[in-house]
Design a protein around this ligand. Structure first.
Ligand code: GLC
Length: 623
């Protein structure tokens, strides 16, 4: 009986996604004899193996496929070793995860990496094993099941663009096996690499210059966009597609519910282009999505593409890919604009960028909103957007931000570092933890209580922003207790060369205990974060399928958006300066605000003299 029903479900789901799958594959690969059959056989086999509990989850997700758009969802992100030492021990902290209100936990890279250096785990040598320092696949399965029982979904990283050069496929390629050489980009001479290099950009210019590496032992040039040890996969080979689908389903069958698809922008190469965001990438992502929707419908996909606005939106599905591509994508522009407006105390550019380039909603998809993550901040502000603001230029503003966040200006509150200065282009990115970039480190050093309080307000404003903007907010471990820059990374041999470790500190459980008692600015921050998360869950206007409409109030201190929901309109108002500002009650009424109630602070907002005052770094969720 179960078998018949399973078969029936498979057939129905195949029918549902067949067109999405085969049309995109056809555009990428043309007519490859036998490809559809091989793929269907693979999907059917993985579906058969799928554990019953996950097949049940599939049905729940089929009934409510947009579950992740609900405001009840909140993400929490950590490195397993830095949070709890091992995978099993994550469960010892499950109460803490619940205390944070998380319904989604992202384990930073945890598949078996090459021995260090391994780019923080993004140089994977075995997709089918867990990093032995953290645990085993059985541990993953057990932890995922325990978390699922508590309503928490597990997300892990899947690196699609490259494998470690120690991966079995790479080893076979190196040994001369032509089948596996065709899994990578390998060239006999430097002619093609040189031709591609003409239009490629540098990802780690200071650390790993160039996009190709020559190996004298097997006399080939290999495409290595990121680091020498990360070999780019050749997605124009359908065998690579099949292999990765197999990996995705195998991980889903262990209980992984979200795959963070790493560095997807780079998956397709085209001579004469920068080899990022090519149209084929969107077909590939659609095909991957359709494939897993057939054999593991509970799985959702999150795309990591840290690119300019115009290139970013398509990852959530545009045109023929609408509703068919990634379910989640990082809103790096929201993150960049938060930091940009804080530094300039002016939201004009933010209002312009977020109001111009982004749709108000997506179909079956939404943003992953965040303020900090494990990576550097790349100042994704284009020349055009800079030029749209009087007195601003793209390059000038990017330079200003890079300097501001190393504390170079007298009015800078930040402590951070420059990441990967590109000598040729002048491009500079920044590293630093949320708290240190937002001023807490400098304030604590100076024993300046008022400045520490201001830093906390700055951070809470950011948390309130990502929790109400529209999307799934991701809280990065330690930010809730204001963990500062970790300068000890320079003493760890395999980390010293990469200052992104500045903002990847170990969890400080003693600091958590102090914060729980409400001690110090960190205590205030901690209870503030938990309050914002709890309020988010209670406010239906915040769900990700409610449009996010950016409003230009004409007041450069304030950033504002409307969330016109079935329950009425909510305005999000955020003061990006350390000064009081105000907005006229009439202007608010014109935007649909009638009750003057703040759903975040849960109080009525007075409007003496016909104006609503907004405190320094104040945030209001007004209805
Ligand atoms: C992603 C990761 C980053 C890593 C890169 C290469 O951008 O977030 O940490 O260095 O991919 O895998």
């Amino acid at each position: 009986m179960a078998d018949r029903q399973d078969q029936r479900l498979f057939d129905l789901r195949w029918q549902r996604s067949e067109r999405d799958l085969l049309s995109s594959l056809g555009r990428i690969y043309g007519d490859v004899p036998g490809l559809t059959e091989r793929l269907k056989t693979l999907l059917a086999a993985r579906w058969q193996e799928r554990p019953r509990a996950l097949k049940d989850l599939d049905i729940a997700r089929d009934i409510e496929p947009d579950w992740f758009l609900s405001q009840r969802n909140v993400g929490y992100v950590f490195y397993i070793d830095r949070f709890s030492q091992s995978l099993r021990k994550v469960l010892e902290h499950i109460d803490y995860i619940e205390e944070m209100g998380a319904t989604y936990v992202h384990f930073m890279p945890c598949l078996k990496p090459r021995p260090a250096p391994n780019d923080g785990g993004y140089s994977v040598m075995d997709y089918r094993a867990i990093n032995p320092d953290l645990g085993t696949m059985d541990d993953l399965e057990a932890v995922a099941a325990a978390m699922r029982a508590r309503g928490v979904s597990i997300c892990i990283d899947l690196v699609l663009n490259h494998t470690a050069k120690e991966h079995e496929w790479a080893q076979k390629a190196k040994a001369g096996d032509p089948k596996y050489q065709a899994y990578y980009w390998m060239f006999d001479t430097d002619a093609e690499p040189k031709a591609y290099e003409k239009t490629l950009v540098e990802i780690f210019p200071a650390d790993a210059p160039g996009n190709f590496t020559y190996y004298p032992d097997f006399r080939k040039w290999v495409w290595t966009t990121f680091n020498e040890h990360q070999w780019d996969l050749n997605w124009s080979n359908p065998d690579v597609f099949l292999e990765i689908v197999d990996v995705m389903l195998s991980l889903a069958n262990r209980g992984v519910e979200v795959l963070r698809l790493d560095a997807v922008a780079f998956m397709w190469k085209r001579l004469g282009s920068n080899c990022q965001n090519q149209p084929e990438v969107h077909d590939l992502l659609q095909a991957l999505r359709a494939a897993t929707r057939i054999a593991a419908p509970a799985l959702i996909h999150k795309a990591e593409a840290i690119v300019a606005p115009r290139d970013l939106v398509p990852y959530l599905g545009q045109g023929r890919h609408t509703g068919r591509e990634a379910n989640l994508a990082y809103h790096n522009n929201l993150m960049v604009q938060y930091w940009s407006s804080l530094a300039s105390r002016d939201t004009t550019l933010m209002t312009h960028v977020l109001g111009t380039h982004f749709p108000e909603t997506f179909r079956h998809a939404c943003w992953a909103t965040y303020i900090r993550c494990h990576d550097d901040i790349g100042w994704a502000i284009t020349e055009e957007d800079g030029a749209a603001i009087p007195g601003v230029s793209g390059a000038g503003h990017r330079n200003f931000l890079a300097d501001f966040y190393i504390g170079k200006y007298p009015d800078s509150f930040a402590r951070g570092a420059i990441f990967q200065e590109n000598a040729a282009t002048g491009d500079r990115r920044n590293s630093g933890s949320f708290a240190s970039l937002a001023g807490l480190e400098a304030a604590l050093d100076a024993k300046d209580d008022a400045a520490a309080e201001t830093a906390v307000q700055r951070m809470l404003m950011g948390v309130a922003l990502i929790c109400s903007f529209g999307g799934l907010p991701l809280l990065y471990m330690g930010d809730e207790i204001g963990l500062l820059n970790d300068y000890s990374f320079t003493k760890v041999t395999e980390h010293a060369h990469d200052n992104r470790w500045l903002h990847r500190p170990k969890m400080d459980w003693k600091a958590v205990a102090r914060a729980r008692k409400g001690e110090g600015p960190q205590g205030k921050l901690f209870s503030g974060v938990k309050h914002i998360v709890a309020r988010r869950k209670a406010v239906p206007h915040i769900a990700a399928d409610v449009p996010t409409r950016i409003i230009n109030l004409g007041n450069p201190a304030l950033f504002c958006f409307a969330r016109p929901s079935d329950d009425g309109t909510m305005l999000g108002l955020f003061n990006f300066t350390e000064k009081w500002t105000s907005i006229s009650a009439d202007q608010l009424r014109g935007l649909g605000i009638t009750r003057f109630r703040d759903l975040l602070g849960q109080g009525d907002v007075p409007s003496p003299n016909g104006a609503v005052a907004v405190a320094p770094y104040g945030r209001l969720w007004l209805v």
